[in-house]
Each structure stands twice: as structure tokens, then as C-alpha cells.
Design a protein around this ligand. Structure first.
Ligand code: ADP
Ligand code: MG
Length: 441
């Protein structure tokens, strides 16, 4: 079968490698658009943009692609699934109307309320003045209360500010709606949200619209600096381990959040298929949904997929053909970790073009898998940095501590001018007063 993966990051490298290694029966011919220098080793890279929907569909028809897997949210929001299906192509992702669960936070919140999914209290504002009025009205508390300000639309991780006071929240509203921090469409409306306290967790699943299969719960680190300091990034690391969600909390998250969400999507005819990612806050009152994503996270995908024992191609095919209930998906019992190696200047303005050393030795660490996020290859075959997040060092082991040791042992063998990474992946603190907690450890 010919399979096409859409995207170019570490997530897509992990998808491609897992698809390739899990091919059962007939061999897989794998394409990736646009791909990267690491993906090139396992797939044929196609120089098409991930959001050029009609060119991608032309390609898929021409190459007789039997299954398409979409990595990120932008192609889904661009209507890739709708266009592929219109052309009779099999694709494992949500149509645009269902992708609104991610592409509009206002839509997602209204959806959660309609279906009784527990989430933070919120208000929507369509102008700075309206937001100010809501904040000053005191629905979220006094001037010293934290409020979370979120742009409605897709903002590549730049659309959320956890403001520590009303004044800070007002500044965040201005930045999001008028300051050009996010696109003008994304910032046309903002959400103001009660700030929840607790640990976060990511619960991902595949669904075919009827059945679903849970993945191992994951946790990621978004801030660039150790102790969760500094600006937000696409993600500096992720782990999966037994401790991420205990049995009882997982059962509550499934009963109170996952199942009402999937039922709601079905009842509203959203035709949701693909990967659903629920961002959770584990509060003292129980799990609360922070947001939905309609695809794998990056680097959560790397940490999750290295534990998959079943065939990923079969899973995505079952998602697209509504046969997920027939599969018995199995995972390794190990813990896993992914540590992202980033370029100098990331996330603000990453340097590119530095020569990467030591990759060969780094892969010799037991279970270590290195996924390329932003790399390019020179004609003479050497590897250069080509993005802010450059490599994702991923490993599994019986305990999280051992998995992390393996990641860091592997990372220590890699170098380039300006390389940096967090040494505290896998150490998590409550989000309230987290810096203080961290220092006490
Ligand atoms: N209601 C909330 N209370 C506390 N923290 C929040 C809340 N909503 C979001 N956050 C924090 O902001 C981060 C980003 O918010 P999220 O809704 O996941 O948006 P996105 O991933 O699109 O940027 C979350 O991972 C969490 O750390
Ligand atoms: Mg999020």
C-alpha cells in the first residue's frame, strides 16, 4: 500500500518510522510531504507544502495513495480531509468542521458546555473594551486573581497567556487582539478563563467516530527553560509513565471527559475521526478539560509511538474505514521520554545552518531513537540545523528515570554550536507557584 504522511517535524518523523517498522504483510511505500532530512531515510519526501491541499490531493491521486495520515492542525483546518474524501481518497483525520474543536477555542468551549464536559469557567469577548468590562466586573475575582487569556483561533502555541493579575490580563487581551502577537483572525475574539490549579496531563486516543483506543497518557514541557521558566515553545520534552495519570483519575477522565466528548461529536454529526488529544488539568476537584487538539502533539507523539507494539498502519486504516473496534492495540509496559535538542535563539529567533555532530554514536545508546524536527542535509551528506527544534532524543526503559538517563546519555553524544536542551524533563511541579515549588526540591 502507498501511504502519505503530511508534515515535516519530529512528530511526522516518528509517524513515518513507526508506520514503516509496523508494516504487516504487504510492504509499505511511504511518502511524506514535505518531510525533512531524517524523514528522507524512511520515506520518499515530496516537495509540497502541508497546506497546499489541492496539490497534495493531485499527488495522492497520481501516486495511488491508499491512506493519508495528517501530522499537524494546519492542513486539517485548511480542509485537507474534506478535499481528499471528495476525491475518493482514504484519509485518517477529522474534516474541517470537526477540526474546529481545535481551531476555535470558543467553539470547543461551547461544545464542552453543551455536552457536560467539565472545564474552566469562561467568558468570550469580541473587543478589548468588552474584555476589560468582563474583567473589571469581577466574575473571575479581584485585581490580584489570575485569569487565563486565550485567542480564539490557531496560534501555534502563542495564543495563551496565564495572567497573574487583572492588569496583566488586560495587557494580554490588548496584545492578542491588537498587538499582532497572533494573526488578526485568530485574535478576533478572546476567551477569558478561570485559572485552574493542578498538574497537567495529555490524554490521546484514536477514534473512528464510533469506537476509540486510548494511548498511554503523556505529559509535556512547554517552557524553554528549566523549572518551567522562560517563553513557551512548541515543546521541549515529553514523557509517558504510569505515574502520569493514576487509574482512578484516568477512569474519571474517560467517563467525564472523553466519552461525553465522543458522544457529543457523534450526536452533532461532526464525523470526528483521527487522533483526539485532550489537554487535562488535574485539579483537586477532579480532571478538567483545558483544550482539544485534533491530532498528535509534538513531542508527545514521539514519546507515545515508541511504545506502540501494534501496527500503526493498521490502526490508521481502521480509523479511516471505521473498523477500530476490530483491533486489539497493544503497548510496551515501559516508560518513555523525549528530550528536544534546540538551536540557539529558540523560540524567538533560532539560528540555523550549524553542523550537527555525533548522531551515529548517539543512536548506539540502548533503545534510543532520534527523530529529526528541523534538519537539512548538505550535498556532501553532512547534517545541518534547519529549525528551532532540531532533534528529539527518545528512549524507553522499565522506569521513567532509566528512560531519561538513556535520553540524556544519547543527547550528551550530540553537539553543534548553540545546542541547548532542558536537563529536567520528567520533573513536574504544580502549575501554581511552580517556580517556588521547583526551587524547594
Ligand atoms: N484554565 C486554565 N487554568 C490554568 N492554566 C491554563 C488554563 N488554560 C490553559 N492553561 C495553561 O496554558 C497552556 C496552553 O493552553 P491551551 O488551552 O492548552 O492552549 P494551546 O495549547 O492552544 O496554547 C496549558 O497547557 C496550561 O498550562
Ligand atoms: Mg495546549
Amino acid at each position: 500500500m502507498n501511504v502519505l504522511v503530511i508534515g515535516s517535524g519530529g512528530r511526522e518523523h516518528a509517524l513515518c518510522r513507526t508506520l514503516q517498522s509496523s508494516a504487516r504483510g504487504e510492504p509499505l511505500r511511504l511518502f511524506c510531504a514535505p518531510g525533512n532530512a531524517g524523514i528522507e531515510e524512511v520515506a520518499e519526501c515530496v516537495a509540497l507544502s502541508a497546506t497546499d491541499v489541492s496539490a497534495l490531493a493531485d499527488f495522492a491521486v497520481r501516486e495511488r495513495i491508499g491512506l493519508t495520515v495528517v501530522g499537524g492542525e494546519a492542513p486539517l483546518d485548511a480542509g485537507l480531509v474534506d478535499e481528499f474524501e471528495r476525491r475518493g481518497l482514504l484519509v485518517a483525520g477529522p474534516p474541517r468542521a470537526a477540526a474546529r474543536l481545535e481551531s476555535s477555542k470558543v467553539f470547543a468551549k461551547d461544545f464542552m458546555l453543551r455536552h457536560g464536559v467539565p472545564t474552566a469557567r469562561h467568558r468570550v469577548a469580541a473587543s478589548v473594551a468588552e474584555a476589560r468590562e468582563i474583567l473589571r466586573g469581577g466574575v473571575f475575582g479581584g485585581e490580584d486573581t489570575s485569569v487565563v487569556v486565550k485567542a480564539d483561533g490557531l496560534a501555534a502555541g502563542k495564543g495563551v497567556v496565564v495572567a497573574r493579575s487583572r492588569a496583566e490580563a488586560e495587557r494580554a487581551v490588548e496584545e492578542l487582539m491588537e498587538g499582532g502577537r497572533v494573526g488578526s483572525e485568530a485574535g478576533r475574539r478572546v476567551l477569558l478563563e478561570e485559572a485552574l490549579e493542578g498538574r497537567e496531563a495529555s490524554l490521546l486516543l484514536w477514534t473512528d467516530g464510533r469506537d476509540y483506543v486510548l494511548m498511554p497518557p503523556a505529559r509535556d514541557h512547554k517552557r524553554v527553560g528549566e523549572g518551567d521558566t522562560g517563553p513557551n515553545t512548541g515543546g521541549m520534552g515529553a514523557i509517558t509513565a504510569h505515574g502520569v495519570l493514576d487509574e482512578e483519575t484516568l477512569a474519571r477522565a474517560v467517563n467525564e471527559i472523553v466519552e461525553p466528548t465522543l458522544r457529543g461529536a457523534r450526536d452533532e454529526g461532526l464525523n470526528f475521526r483521527g487522533v483526539l488529544f485532550v489537554g487535562l488539568m488535574l485539579t483537586a476537584e477532579g480532571p478538567r478539560a483545558l483544550e482539544y487538539n485534533v491530532r498528535f502533539g509534538d513531542p508527545e507523539a514521539q514519546a507515545i509511538l515508541v511504545r506502540l507494539r501494534s501496527s500503526l498502519a493498521e490502526i490508521f486504516e481502521a480509523v479511516a474505514t471505521r473498523r477500530l473496534g476490530e483491533l486489539n492495540v497493544t503497548w510496551s509496559d515501559d516508560a518513555s521520554a523525549c528530550v528536544v535538542l534546540a538551536a540557539r535563539g529558540y523560540p524567538e529567533c533560532p539560528e540555523t545552518g550549524a553542523r550537527i555532530h555525533g548522531l551515529g554514536e548517539a543512536t548506539l545508546v540502548p533503545s534510543a531513537q532520534i527523530f529529526h524536527a528541523g534538519t537539512s542535509r548538505t550535498p556532501d551528506g553532512s547534517l545541518l540545523t534547519a529549525g528551532g527544534r532540531v532533534l528529539g532524543i527518545t528512549a524507553t526503559a522499565p522506569t521513567l528515570g532509566q528512560a531519561l538517563e538513556r535520553c540524556y546519555a544519547s543527547a550528551a553524544r550530540i553537539s553543534w554550536d548553540g545546542m541547548h536542551y532542558r536537563r529536567d524533563i520528567g520533573r513536574f511541579t504544580e502549575n501554581s507557584r511552580q517556580q517556588e515549588h521547583y526551587r524547594e526540591q
